[in-house]
Design a protein around this ligand. Structure first.
Ligand code: DC
Length: 228
């Protein structure tokens, strides 16, 4: 018996840390949907695709193939056979990913792949529209949130750990701007699903947050068993 766990929330509030922790503890697959929008954005930038031109976007999407591989226990994103895990996290991509992910043709293509990946359940996915659009029937939906300064510091540390040097104020501005665009776009805006559980992790450690979520997952799994 396996379930789908959907995690949504603002930029850099620890969604991927929680999703990876849950996937590890439950032996589930982890799906990083943000990485897919980042890979599309990287392709557009590297191939000088004018993403305001719908025909150019449609043509480019046909050339894009994204897949994930586990390397040394870590999730790596591949774009047309090339490992782009590091590049897609750079500020160059972060600066364009929100307008790119607001394009309906881009969303349609990514959501179709994401739904296919969840067909066998036993998956933890994080993003902005997972509980509302991609897996509306997920057994557990979590909406994560945290204070913006705490989120900025976490992102700064995360980038530094990857050897990417970014300015704290620039990261903060980018987070606020992405939240604004992601929440106000016409197609699948970031919003809390009606049946989502909200977790504010401003004052929680990674372990405390994981413990809370695992307890919720356990409850949903027991509910599934009792329904059988
Ligand atoms: O989770 P992230 O910061 O890597 O996501 C990058 C961007 O992709 C984010 O600003 C909005 C977009 N995104 C989205 O629109 N829908 C998703 N399911 C995941 C991410």
């Amino acid at each position: 018996m396996s379930i789908i766990i959907a995690i949504d929330g603002h930029s850099s509030c620890g969604k991927s840390t929680l999703a990876k922790g849950l996937a590890r503890a439950l032996h589930y697959a982890y799906l990083d949907t943000g990485a897919m929008y980042r890979a599309v954005t990287l392709y557009f930038l590297d191939h000088q695709i004018n993403y305001h031109d719908p025909a150019a976007v449609e043509e480019a999407l046909k050339q894009i193939n994204i897949h994930f591989e586990r390397i040394d226990g870590k999730n790596h994103t591949f774009l047309n056979g090339q490992d782009v895990e590091r590049e897609i996290r750079e500020m160059r991509v972060s600066g364009h990913v929100s307008p790119v992910s607001a394009i309906s043709t881009v969303r349609r293509a990514m959501v179709a792949q994401q739904k296919a990946m969840g067909r066998r359940r036993g998956i933890v996915a994080d993003g902005r529209d997972i509980g509302t659009v991609v897996f509306p029937d997920a057994e557990l939906k979590i909406f994560l949130t945290a204070d913006v300064d705490v989120r900025t510091s976490r992102r700064h540390l995360e980038l530094a750990a990857k050897g990417i040097d970014a300015d704290w104020d620039e990261i903060r501005r980018n987070l606020i701007e992405r939240d604004r665009i992601d929440s106000s776009r016409a197609d699948s805006p970031l919003r809390q699903a009606d049946d989502a559980v909200v977790i504010d992790n401003t004052l929680l450690s990674e372990e405390e947050q994981l413990e809370k979520a695992l307890q919720l997952a356990q409850e949903r799994l027991e509910l599934q068993v009792s329904k059988q």
